[in-house]
Design a protein around this ligand. Structure first.
Ligand code: SAM
Ligand code: DTB
Ligand code: SF4
Length: 332
């Protein structure tokens, strides 16, 4: 299957709704049909496609670091770093270049191939870009792939990141357009799409995914996956996060999602974005080994690796190696 050729972006509204999606490469109805398949049929289809495009036993490892933590002015209902929620996350101003390079070296020594630098900003200021570009260049010199997630970008900023050697920019659509406003009010879907376009135009690979387990319907999960799959071209990297419920955030206490629904979402991402790296992202520490194994079977071929995400926990590296050993998976 080739990359979608239909440009999702329309003049008035760039986000897709049920009717508008009928003429797209992946109408929402078609993703919904995938999600509604008998589980075995869905996983079989996902694994069949996965094998056409990827080594089924190889998992890519990305390590995260929070280069600037907490105190964020945005109101994302899931996020422990939003200043307005009382979550116990301690604010940390920008890390020094030395600290970041030391962490990147350690990540490389432990086997990671990509290093992702995250900052709790609505978007970076020029001074921030100057500091982050130094970090990117230094991490790139170590022979790691570089990724950054700094919030919304203004025209010209993506080019500066690209020139410093940024390989990927992570910017998630997070959920379906129709429920976006229930979760975040300080920016809208179009803002996210605009930044994605800045990244694309600067020649940086796009890392874009979302969060499930926020109380959304299966139809909303179909809406998120359709939105991602209809980006033209679709993202090179697709992180699928399971909500990590953090006390103090509005989404704390949300009814838990059946883990098999999470696996179905991974499968739909794999089928609709065959060449993408689909990353089993946040929420992995709360998942059983069996569910993680099903995610790999459904086409996930990347993880966040290292005992911390940005502010919350992730499985210990040794635990991941033990799981890979059991499953006969190789990391890269
Ligand atoms: N501030 C920037 C932004 O929002 O784009 C970059 C950092 S932000 C923490 C990166 C992503 O982390 C969010 O888009 C969201 O998908 C994910 N995230 C944040 N809190 C989460 C949580 N509690 N559970 C799962 N994913 C989360
Ligand atoms: C992504 O999609 N997930 C990562 C990364 N991109 C930046 C972040 C997950 C954050 C989970 C909550 C926390 O640790 O603060
Ligand atoms: Fe800020 Fe990003 Fe957290 Fe939203 S997800 S509150 S923008 S750090």
């Amino acid at each position: 299957m080739n990359q979608p050729t239909v440009n999702l972006i329309e003049k008035q509204s760039n986000s897709i709704t049920d009717n508008a999606s009928d003429s797209l490469q992946w109408p929402i109805s078609q993703i919904q049909m995938l999600l509604d398949l008998p589980f075995n049929d869905l996983i079989y289809r996902a694994q069949t496609i996965h094998r056409q495009f990827h080594d089924p036993n190889e998992i890519q490892l990305s390590t995260l670091i929070s280069v600037k933590t907490g105190g964020c002015p945005e109101d994302c209902g899931y996020c422990p770093q939003a200043a307005r929620y009382h979550t116990g996350v301690e604010n940390q101003s920008m890390l020094s270049l030395d600290t970041v390079v030391t962490a990147a070296k350690a990540a490389k020594d432990h086997g990671a191939t990509r290093f992702c630098m995250g900052a709790a900003w609505r978007g970076p200021k020029q001074r921030d870009i100057d500091e982050v570009t130094e970090m990117i260049s230094a991490v790139k010199t170590l022979g790691l792939e570089t990724c950054a997630t700094l919030g919304m970008l203004k025209p010209g900023q993506a080019e500066q990141l690209s020139m410093a050697g940024l390989d990927y920019y992570n910017h998630n659509l997070d959920t379906a357009p129709e429920i976006y406003g229930d979760i975040i009010t300080t920016r809208d879907y179009q803002d996210r799409l605009d930044t994605l376009e800045e990244i694309r135009n600067a020649g940086i690979n796009v890392c874009c995914g979302g969060i499930v387990g926020m109380g959304e319907s299966r139809h909303a999960r179909a809406g998120l996956i359709a939105q991602l799959a209809n980006l033209d071209p679709y993202p090179e990297s697709v992180p699928i996060n399971h909500l990590v419920q953090v006390e103090g955030t509005p989404l704390y206490g949300t009814a838990t999602l059946d883990p098999l629904e999470f696996v179905r979402t991974i499968a739909a991402a794999r089928i609709s974005m065959p060449k993408a790296m689909v990353r089993l992202s946040a929420g992995r520490r709360e998942m059983s080994e069996a569910i993680q194994a099903l995610c790999f079977l459904a086409g996930a071929n990347s993880i966040f690796y290292g005992d911390k995400l940005l502010t919350t926990g992730n499985p210990e590296a040794a635990q991941d190696h033990a799981l890979f050993e059991k499953l006969g998976l190789r990391s890269r």
